[in-house]
Design a protein. Structure first.
Length: 435
């Protein structure tokens, strides 16, 4: 297993605990096809006022790891292990009531799909007002004024008129801003932004990112930005976690990830984004192959079927995250020698052809792995959760408390969360009492 027991995650400058510390978090879902290992032993930490980028392709576990922080993956079909320490409390073990108080107040999330998170039947202002009133005693008129202020803060023109509009009357970019306003309503200490700029054009993307930076400076909020695009976090993140198949395969400062990346998957991500500092007129290279099944994961290094530098032993031995030379914070899970990785990365940057790069890996000396055993969990892929293991945290998903079926999609999870936060008693929608 790629765990980080040997390498402690980044902590504060010695003055105490970080704001957030995720420790060996694992989230598995029981499905009819087998157990989906959506998050498999990830660890990281985040200090107040800093930004962490979580980057990886679709299905790498980015959203699930963040929803778990808010208790939104709890169900009878999920198994959650590890700790998420936030302000001294473990969010994994926190009781429902306490978790609800933290959610939307100290921690907020900008959901991946703003349409599913903004209720279509309620005016944007009403949803903002309810988000505030759910957590503090504030009069409706004061909350309404603050709702308009928040819309103004996120750059929505004519905010006093806009508070009385419905989400469908907002453009995509404005809905994204309204979601940010909603997430900021209670001045959270931690803001999780899940793909906050996907589906927006490049100009609006840049505006949203600079808005987040600006708000962070003003409010001191810590931010987690989730994205599949390393380019998005290039300017804004202090630290970056690269996720593959439910694990962190490389973690370091943005400087380390962009200037001395160590994992072949990170190289792939970097080669697939345009870089202004790239002197050559080089074509962008997508990573070949597809992300693996999280039920039947590849043996050994999970990236091996797609890795151009794979050696035989890598198909059998599962690499642990370990420190990169000269850095206490930069860690990588790759079995190649660090000097070989450096040579390959230099070769990539200087435009060497793929075959000669692969020859560098093939010619490198390999340690003797003959005594390394295949981890047990890889031999039992696809097995069901054993009896008694199911629902480590039970009855927490909003629908389940009412005996409803567990949510089947993340959109549904988001919608239920939103309904829970904004129960349909607001009365300004087109239904009874609304208009
Ligand atoms: N409730 C669930 N039951 C079963 N599998 C799930 C559930 N929720 C998520 N998954 C699976 O967990 C894996 C990780 O999903 P997640 O949504 O975290 O990916 P992601 O990295 O956010 O991807 P994307 O970039 O597409 O948003 C996926 O394989 C997904 O299908
Ligand atoms: S361990 Fe081998 S297969 Fe895995 S990323 Fe490193 S070089 Fe590639
Ligand atoms: Mg996602």
């Amino acid at each position: 297993m790629t765990t980080e027991t040997e390498t402690a995650p980044r902590t504060t400058n010695g003055s105490g605990q970080p704001l957030l510390s995720v420790e060996d978090l694992r989230v598995a879902f029981h499905t009819d096809d087998g157990v989906v290992h959506a998050v498999d032993g990830i660890s990281y930490s985040l200090e107040a006022g800093k930004t962490l980028g979580i980057v990886g392709e679709s299905g790498s576990g980015k959203t699930v790891s963040s929803l778990t922080m808010l208790g939104l993956t709890r169900s009878k079909r999920s198994k959650i292990q590890g700790r998420i320490m936030f302000q001294g409390e473990d969010m994994v073990a926190l009781e429902d009531n306490r978790l609800r108080r933290v959610r939307g107040n100290d921690v907020s999330m900008i959901f991946q799909d703003p349409l599913s998170a903004l209720h279509p039947f309620y005016k944007v202002g009403t949803q903002l007002i309810e988000a505030m009133q759910a957590h503090r005693s504030i009069s409706k008129s004061a909350a309404r004024n603050r709702a308009a202020e928040l819309l103004e803060l996120v750059g929505i023109p004519d905010p006093k008129r806009r508070v009385d509009q419905y989400p469908h009357e907002f453009s995509g970019g404005m809905r994204q801003r309204a979601m940010i306003a909603m997430a900021l309503a209670n001045e959270p200490k931690l803001l999780i932004a899940d793909e906050p700029t996907t589906a927006l054009d490049v100009t609006v993307q840049a505006q949203i990112l600079s808005l987040l930076q600006d708000l962070q400076q003003r409010l001191g909020t810590a931010i987690i930005i989730i994205t599949h695009d390393l380019g998005v976090v290039a300017e804004i993140a202090d630290d970056i976690c690269v996720m593959y198949a439910g694990r962190i395969v490389e973690r370091g400062s943005a400087e380390e990830i962009f200037h001395s990346p160590q994992h072949p998957y990170t190289w792939g991500l970097l080669s697939s984004i345009p870089r202004l500092d790239n002197p050559r007129d080089e074509e962008l290279v997508p990573i070949s192959g597809r992300p693996p099944s999280l039920i039947n994961r590849p043996s050994g290094c999970h990236f091996h079927p797609r890795c151009p530098y794979v050696r035989d032993a890598h198909k059998r031995v599962d690499p642990q995250l370990s420190p990169v030379d000269g850095s206490t914070e930069h860690v990588v899970a790759c079995l190649l020698e660090s000097s070989v990785r450096s040579r390959i990365w230099d070769g990539i940057q200087s435009g060497r052809d793929a075959e000669s790069l692969q020859r560098m890996a093939a010619a490198s000396a390999e340690p003797d792995y003959s005594n390394v055993a295949i981890p047990v969990d890889q031999e039992s892929e696809g097995s069901a959760l054993s009896p008694g293991e199911e629902g480590v945290v039970e009855s927490e998903a909003p629908g389940e408390r009412h005996g409803a079926a567990p949510p089947q999609t993340l959109d549904e999870v988001n919608r239920r969360f939103q309904e829970e936060r904004n129960p349909p008693s607001g009365g300004d929608g087109p239904g009874p009492g609304g208009g």
